[in-house]
Design a protein around this ligand. Structure first.
Ligand code: ADP
Ligand code: ASP
Ligand code: MG
Length: 401
C-alpha cells in the first residue's frame, strides 16, 4: 500500500458539482488501497479576485500582507472538500501550509520550499484519513505565511510527493494532458502520451501554464512519476512527464511567450571587456536576458541586441541609460510588443531540418522574424506580437498536421 498525491487546480474545484467529481477521483484511489494526500488550488478565479481586491486598496502592497491575503483561497477549498468527503463517510482532514508545516524561504510571493515536516501528514494517513492540503502556501522560519508564485499548487503537490516518497503524483486539470501546444490557443493540437522532464521544463518555463516549471524541476530531481490528466474526462490516460524514448528524434511542442521586448545598444566599443561590463551590470540587477545577437565585430564598434521580458524593460533601460558613459555606447533603442515562438523537442540538436522547417512555415505566411536562437532541445524565433498566433499555428501545422 503506497501513498499517492493528487492535485486539483482551480477549475477542477470551482463548483460543488466539480468538487463531487474530485471526491470521486480521490475515492477511486482509496478503493485501490492507497493512502491519499490531496493538494487543492483556490476555487475558480478566487486568487485573481483577491489580487484585484488588493489593488482597490493599494498598487504597492506590503508583500507579507499580500501573501496573507492571496493564500486565503486555498484554505476555503480544503475546508469544503474535507466537509464533502466526511459527509460521504470518508475520513478527511484539512491542513494549511503552516499546520504541516511546509517551511519556505521568506521572499514573499515567490518563496521556495526548503523543507516539509512529514510527521503530521503521516500521523493522519496512518489513522486512515485522507489528507487535504492547501496548495501554493507555506510558512517561513519566523512563522510568516508565504506563497510560492502563481500556479504554485503544482509545486506543493510534487514537493509533497517527493518528501513522502509517494508512488506517483497526479496533476488533475481542465485538459486531458500535455498537448503539442496550448489546446485553447490554436487548432489541431495533439495530446502527448509522454514527455521528458527537460522538455516539460522548457515548455513550462516558456509559458505552458499546464504545469508550474518548478514542480517539474522537483519531479526530475527526486524521480517523481508525474502524470497530467483531466478531472472532467472519464478514463483520462493523460500524459506521463519524465519518460523519454531515446530513439525519438521528434519535435514535441510549440509555445509562445507574448511578453517580450528587445533592447539594442548601438556603437559599443568592440572590446570583450565592454561586453562583459554590460552583461555583468545586467546580471547584478538580476535581469534575465534571453536571445542575444551581436553584429560582426571587425570594426572598432559594434551593436548588440538582446531580449528581456516586458516587466523588466523599464528597469533595464533605466539601468543602461544611467551607465551610458561608463559603458561608452552611442545610442539605445528598444522595441516592445514582440513574441517569442519556440519549438521544443529532444530531437532538435541532431536534426538540422527543424530550423529549416520553422523558417519555411514563416516564409509561407510571409511573417518576418527578428531573431533566432537554438539550444539542444529548443529553437526560438522572435516575431511581432500581432503575428504571434499565426506564426505559432503555421509552425505547429508544419510539424503536427
Ligand atoms: P489548473 O487550474 O488546473 O492549475 P491551469 O489553468 O493552470 O490549470 O493550466 C491548464 C491550462 O494550461 C489549460 O487549460 C491550457 O489552456 C493551458 N496550456 C498551455 N499550454 C498547454 C499545453 N501545451 N498542453 C496543455 N495545456 C496547456
Ligand atoms: N491559486 C493560486 C493561483 O491562482 C495557485 C494555483 O492555482 O496553483 O495562482
Ligand atoms: Mg495551474
Amino acid at each position: 500500500m503506497g501513498i499517492v498525491v493528487q492535485k486539483f487546480g482551480g477549475s477542477s474545484v470551482a463548483t460543488v458539482e466539480s468538487l463531487k467529481l474530485v471526491a470521486g477521483h480521490i475515492i477511486d484511489e482509496i478503493k485501490l488501497g492507497n493512502k491519499v494526500v490531496v493538494v487543492v488550488s483556490a476555487q475558480g478565479k478566487t486568487t485573481d479576485k483577491l489580487i484585484s481586491e488588493e489593488k482597490e486598496i493599494t498598487e504597492n502592497a506590503n508583500l507579507r500582507e499580500h501573501d496573507v491575503l492571496v493564500s486565503v483561497g486555498e484554505q476555503i477549498t480544503i475546508a469544503k472538500l474535507s466537509m464533502l468527503l466526511n459527509d460521504m463517510n470518508y475520513k478527511a482532514i484539512s491542513l494549511t501550509g503552516w499546520q504541516i508545516p511546509i517551511i519556505t524561504s521568506s521572499n514573499y510571493s515567490d518563496s521556495r520550499i526548503r523543507y516539509i515536516n512529514n510527521d503530521t501528514i503521516l500521523e493522519y494517513l496512518n489513522s486512515n484519513n485522507i489528507v487535504i492540503v492547501a496548495g501554493f502556501q507555506g510558512v517561513d522560519e519566523n512563522g510568516n505565511i508565504t506563497t510560492l508564485g502563481r500556479g504554485g499548487s503544482d509545486t506543493t503537490a510534487v514537493a509533497l510527493a517527493a518528501s513522502l516518497n509517494a508512488d506517483k503524483c497526479d496533476i488533475y486539470t481542465d485538459v486531458d494532458g500535455v498537448f503539442t501546444s496550448d489546446p485553447r490557443a490554436i487548432g489541431d493540437t495533439k495530446k502527448l502520451d509522454y514527455i521528458s522532464y527537460n522538455e516539460m521544463i522548457e515548455f513550462a518555463t516558456l509559458g505552458a501554464k499546464v504545469l508550474h516549471n518548478r514542480c517539474v524541476e522537483i519531479a526530475k530531481k527526486f524521480h517523481v512519476p508525474l502524470y497530467v490528466k483531466s478531472t472532467f474526462k472519464e478514463e483520462s490516460e493523460g500524459t506521463l512527464v519524465g519518460k523519454t524514448n531515446i530513439e525519438d528524434l521528434t519535435v514535441n511542442g510549440v509555445i509562445k511567450d507574448d511578453y517580450i521586448s528587445r533592447i539594442t545598444i548601438f556603437g559599443l566599443e568592440n572590446d570583450v571587456n565592454k561586453t562583459y561590463e554590460l552583461f555583468k551590470l545586467l546580471a547584478q540587477s538580476s535581469i534575465n536576458i534571453d536571445l542575444i545577437v551581436q553584429s560582426f565585430g571587425e570594426d572598432t564598434i559594434k551593436d548588440i541586441s538582446f531580449t528581456v521580458r516586458m516587466n523588466d524593460l523599464y528597469k533595464t533601460t533605466k539601468l543602461l541609460e544611467k551607465n551610458k558613459e561608463k559603458l561608452g555606447y552611442n545610442k539605445l533603442v528598444h522595441t516592445e510588443n514582440l513574441s517569442k515562438v519556440s519549438v521544443i523537442g529532444v530531437g532538435i540538436a541532431n536534426n538540422p531540418i527543424v530550423a529549416a522547417q520553422i523558417l519555411e512555415a514563416l516564409s509561407e505566411k510571409n511573417i518576418n522574424m527578428h531573431m533566432i536562437n537554438s539550444s539542444e532541445i529548443k529553437i526560438s524565433v522572435l516575431v511581432d506580437i500581432h503575428n504571434s498566433s499565426a506564426a505559432m499555428q503555421a509552425i505547429h501545422d508544419k510539424f503536427f498536421k
